[in-house]
Write a new protein. Structure first.
Lengths: 409, 325, 289
């Protein structure tokens, strides 16, 4: 054990050096944004486009003189899609780097861990991708807001879409077996029942998270002969569902209603079935092109990165610009002033005019629903016959929020 | 895996059982000093490292002395966290009272799973520990009405019991030192000897009158208990509990830490935890591909010195001593 | 409905066998637990994605060529790894060999992420295999049937090699008694390198064959290695027929599980393995070992 003495000293000294480096003081002048995102792990693919767009936005702001005449500095951290890492990074960003605001998160679990840290230190925190309604209801705190439809809102929008198809009488929900999946199916089923009491909604078929071979689920669903399948699935699992489903004649026998964001559309490309697919989307750039800001952003993104921006990219950029607008109106980055502005301003953004509700920090973000089909302008299929469903139809009511909070106590 | 790893190749201290104060006191003092002096931000990092030191040392006991490679050690870490969080969040127990329940839950889990696992050995033992951990993780993940599910349990207490990070760091330092001291006493006690013998040559141990299963189960429970303490400390540090704490991520972290630290000494858990946590925290900020860095370091450590960092430095130390003589 | 699930389960099981065969083969002969097996599978998928636009894209023949090319690359990589790294630590304890393969996993995963990025890549289904075959009232993907056929072919080739060739006799001898084989003057290192090469080839082959059926990203290695391990452990390490039986059983049980115990799907495979292991341990106790 005598040798370990040398080892312990060396390590301890190295540790001290690192610790001191990390505590080094930063200049107070720039506006610092802590970007704690899930770059590795299951959320990685989604965060990729978002980060690119976010950086583009920061550049644009800095080029036009920054915010309140101050340069914007972004400090990036990887949460590895682990809630403890997310909490740790956000704590470090706040305590050691004195960031003015935190954002970037995608996973619901990491979001909840980070929002607790934001509440602890009273530093503003917003989510442009992660969308759990728990952050608005049970675990809401006054320094939080989110700029895309939360899980409940999206499920309601999907139900609105399904309700319009009068010849769909039997629906089978297929969802990832975790909180988001269950919440989504529950909200979808409840709202659909209200709109169309004649529809039969079967019991949810739960899919193991991360499962690559979905064939048994596909056959189990098809055996029930549904008119439509509500798929609360995303990312790789959705790709698998479609690819494997094709082999079972899924899209000849029934319709799939699912999260059809642009990244999914892009990755499927020509392999996407040309019938039987429809879905909901959060910020499809191709539906926003008559908005001048959205058009400018899409062109800038394409010029820089040589691909069209996916929903996450649009959301990240829009979220950043909303923050910028709030800072401008508040004339400060101080938490109290900023949150007042956040919950009161009207923001003319890429998706139209947006406000954030003070009660739960939820922005009145719309959803888009439609059918998947070919579009000559793009090398991949997109949603056609698009309907924009406004938030006033989908946002949880004040009564529901208060009830949810009371139940959680 | 044809031969288990043994602890008997480590250098024995002069007086069996006595704590080597000359080796222990300087780093403990240094840690306390850094916690007091370097500010809350640094204290948060150091506390994280200390908790991992305990977690890795618990696995070190199991692997090095007991010869049992576990692929599911994070289960007890997670049980330690939820053993604290659930009673507070769901039953309204005060935090002070629930602090003991975390390690208790972990020890119970280790008893139940251990009783099943010690009937097997080598890769089969490892795979069964993996199954047990995955089942634990899944129960925590899926039973969201009861355990909060994948979105975890947050805001059930003020992080660090409301203490300043530096003060909490000192508390953690004290707890970890006590636990490591207990571990040291265990390893050098007759029971510790029994654990080592069973780990090295189970048939010989049986011939000597030990019941290998019982001895292994005791080692397993002790390791689980310490992992549970680490889990409880971690839950208090963050003020939350997530199913991830029982998941593969933390299990692999612990395995990598034990390996980096060298596979043949008591301090392996300590070195490995410090090196790995510092690497993970700081390297990942500057390098996207930090896992690659860890992989390369692992390869280098193992190839250059089959006995890990402790072994490498033992050789350097020996060379230095030869030079001076 | 149950019949459909069982048939589907068998097909899924054959895919699992393809994944597990290389792993159990390597362990059976060299006693190395190759954690990088999942990473080789993943690389096989990525390389297939890389090659397929250049080798008669869209056709079945082109697909087969891409897969074989990818598998050959993996074979070479495996041989290189064995020669350069594994050889040096054959003498030291098994834990070290395990750690080395884990280090390889980390290196490959980040290398894949650096080369191909974070996003999913998709291998197009070759035209000839993208249809559905109607059996009774249900449809089955032609692709899955083709993979089943491929699995049977691989199994047949392996069985023939093991039973009827000299190499096979050496393999069987080496599994039973390594020392004796060495005493007989057979070059053990050649056997080990050869086995590792074949195992890596099989991993790459499985990855490539499965590529058009699902999404491919840098996280694939973790899912695959856990599944592969479970199948191999259930079947008994080193036991090829055991791996086949285990793979088919797991596939069928999973299919039935979706129908009858849907919420258990996360743990089903672990419960099966735990059950098998515990029952085996009881058996050993009864025998008095």
């Amino acid at each position: 054990m005598t040798v370990s003495r040398y080892r312990k000293f060396t390590v301890v000294t190295a540790l001290a050096a690192f610790a001191m480096l990390s505590g080094a003081a930063f200049a107070q002048q720039p506006i610092k944004i802590g970007y704690a995102a899930d770059m590795s792990g299951v959320c990685g693919p989604l965060v990729d486009g978002a980060t690119k767009a976010f950086k583009l936005g920061v550049e644009e702001l800095n080029k036009s003189g920054g915010l309140l005449g101050r340069k914007i500095e972004v400090i990036e951290r990887d949460t590895k899609t682990r809630p403890d890492e997310g909490a740790k990074e956000v704590r470090d960003l706040i305590v050691n780097h004195k960031v003015d605001v935190v954002t970037g998160v995608c996973s619901s679990a990491v979001l909840l861990a980070e929002t607790a840290v934001s509440a602890e230190f009273k530093v503003p925190f917003y989510s442009a991708i992660g969308s759990t309604q728990t952050a608005n209801i049970e675990k809401w705190q006054p320094y939080f807001w989110q700029t895309q439809p939360n899980a409940l809102m999206e499920a309601v929008a999907a139900a609105e879409y399904v309700a319009r198809n009068k010849n769909w009488k039997k629906i089978v929900p297929l969802a990832y077996d975790y909180e988001w999946g269950h919440t989504s199916v529950k909200a979808f089923s409840e709202h659909l029942k209200k709109l169309r009491p004649d529809v039969e909604i079967a019991a949810m078929v739960p899919v193991k998270l991360g499962e690559t071979n979905l064939t048994s689920y596909i056959t189990a669903v098809l055996a029930q002969k549904p008119d439509a399948v509500y798929g609360a699935i995303f990312g790789g699992g959705l790709v698998n569902l479609v690819k494997q489903g094709k082999g079972f004649g899924f899209f000849q026998q029934t319709n799939l209603v699912t999260l059809t964001t642009v990244d999914f559309l892009q990755s499927m490309g020509a392999d996407m079935p040309d019938r039987g697919m429809s879905g909901f989307s959060r910020a499809p750039f191709y539906a926003l092109l008559d908005n001048a800001k959205a058009k400018a952003f899409t062109e800038a993104f394409k010029a820089r990165y040589n691909k069209d921006p996916d929903d996450w990219a649009v959301l990240a950029y829009d979220g950043l610009m909303f923050y910028a607008e709030a800072v401008k109106q508040a004339k400060s980055t101080r938490a109290e002033d900023l949150m007042k502005a956040v919950t009161s301003i009207r923001y003319a953004g890429l998706r139209g005019n947006m406000v954030v509700r003070p009660l739960d920090g939820q922005m009145n973000a719309p959803s888009w629903v439609g059918t998947v089909g070919k579009n000559p302008n793009y090398p991949y299929m997109v949603l056609k016959d698009l309907v924009r469903i406004e938030a006033d139809k989908t946002m949880p009511t004040e009564a529901a929020i208060k009830a949810g909070r009371a139940a959680a106590k | 895996m044809s031969a288990p790893i043994t602890g008997s190749r480590s250098a024995a201290p002069a007086i069996p059982g006595a704590i080597p104060w000359r080796v222990v006191i300087p780093p403990v003092l240094a840690a306390a000093l850094m916690l007091a002096v370097l500010g809350p931000g640094a204290a948060l990092v150091i506390t994280d490292v200390l908790i991992m030191v305990l977690f890795a040392s618990s696995l070190n006991l199991l692997m090095i002395y007991g010869g049992m490679v576990s692929f599911g050690h994070a289960a007890y870490f997670g049980l330690g966290a939820y053993g604290l969080a659930l009673p507070v969040a769901k039953l309204g127990l005060p935090v002070w009272a629930a602090l003991a329940l975390g390690p208790l839950a972990a020890a119970l889990g280790a008893l139940v799973f251990g009783a099943l696992c010690v009937r097997l050995s080598h890769i089969y033992f490892a795979m069964l520990t993996l199954a047990c951990a995955e089942i634990t993780y899944t129960v925590l993940f899926q039973a969201y009405a009861f355990t909060g599910g994948d979105t975890g349990i947050t805001k059930f207490m003020a992080p660090r019991l409301g203490l300043d990070p530096r003060l909490y760091g000192l508390v953690v330092l004290a707890v970890v030192c006590v636990c490591l001291a207990l571990l040291w006493r265990l390893v050098n006690s007759p029971l510790g000897l029994a654990i080592r013998v069973v780990g090295e040559e189970p048939h010989r141990a049986a011939a000597l009158g030990y019941n290998p299963r019982t001895v292994q189960l005791v080692a397993f429970m002790f390791a689980g208990l310490l992992a549970g303490v680490a889990g409880t400390l971690f839950s208090v540090y963050h003020g939350n509990a997530f199913p991830d704490y029982a998941g593969l991520g933390f299990t692999i972290d612990a395995l990598v830490m034990v390996v980096i630290g060298g596979l043949h000494s008591f301090g392996g858990g300590v070195y490995g935890a410090v090196i790995y946590t510092v690497l993970k925290t700081f390297v990942s900020r500057y390098v996207d591909e930090w896992e690659l860095v860890v992989g390369v370091i692992l390869l280098a450590v193992v190839l250059a010195s089959p006995r890990g960092c402790a072994g490498a430095l033992a050789r350097i130390g020996a060379m230095l001593r030869n030079k001076s003589s | 409905m149950i019949a459909v699930q069982i048939v589907n389960g068998l097909m899924e099981g054959m895919m699992l066998f393809l994944i597990a065969s290389g792993l159990t083969l390597i362990f059976g002969i060299t006693r190395i637990v190759n954690f990088a097996h999942g990473s080789f599978y993943m690389l096989g998928a990525f390389l297939t994605y890389q090659f397929s636009p250049y080798l008669l894209p869209g056709t079945v023949g082109g697909f087969v060529l891409s897969v074989l090319a990818a598998a050959l690359c993996m074979m070479l990589l495996g041989m290189l790894f064995e020669l350069l790294v594994l050889r040096r630590i054959y003498g030291s304890d098994d834990l070290m060999q395990l750690i080395i393969t884990v280090a390889l996993v980390l290196v490959i995963r980040d290398a894949v992420r650096m080369i191909w990025g974070r996003n999913d890549v998709v291998v197009s289904m070759p035209e000839g295999l993208s249809g559905a075959l109607q059996i009774g009232g249900s449809f089955f993907p032609v692709f899955q049937l083709a993979i089943f056929g491929a699995g049977v072919l691989v199994l047949a080739v392996m069985v023939m090699v093991i039973r009827f060739t000299r190499a096979g006799i050496l393999l069987r001898a080496a599994t039973d008694d390594r020392g004796m084989v060495a005493l007989l003057g057979i070059n053990q290192s050649l056997i080990f390198t050869g086995v590792f090469a074949v195992g890596s080839f099989l991993a790459g082959l499985a990855g490539g064959l499965a590529a058009p059926f699902g999404n491919i990203n840098y996280l694939l290695d973790t899912t695959v290695i856990v599944t592969a391990f479970i199948v191999v452990v259930i079947g008994g390490l080193g036991n090829l027929y055991g791996a086949l039986a285990a793979a088919l059983a797991v596939g069928v049980l999973k299919g039935l599980g979706v129908l009858f115990f849907p919420r258990l799907s996360m743990v089903l495979i672990f419960l099966i393995m735990a059950g098998v292991l515990i029952v085996r341990s009881l058996g050993r106790e009864a025998v008095g070992k």
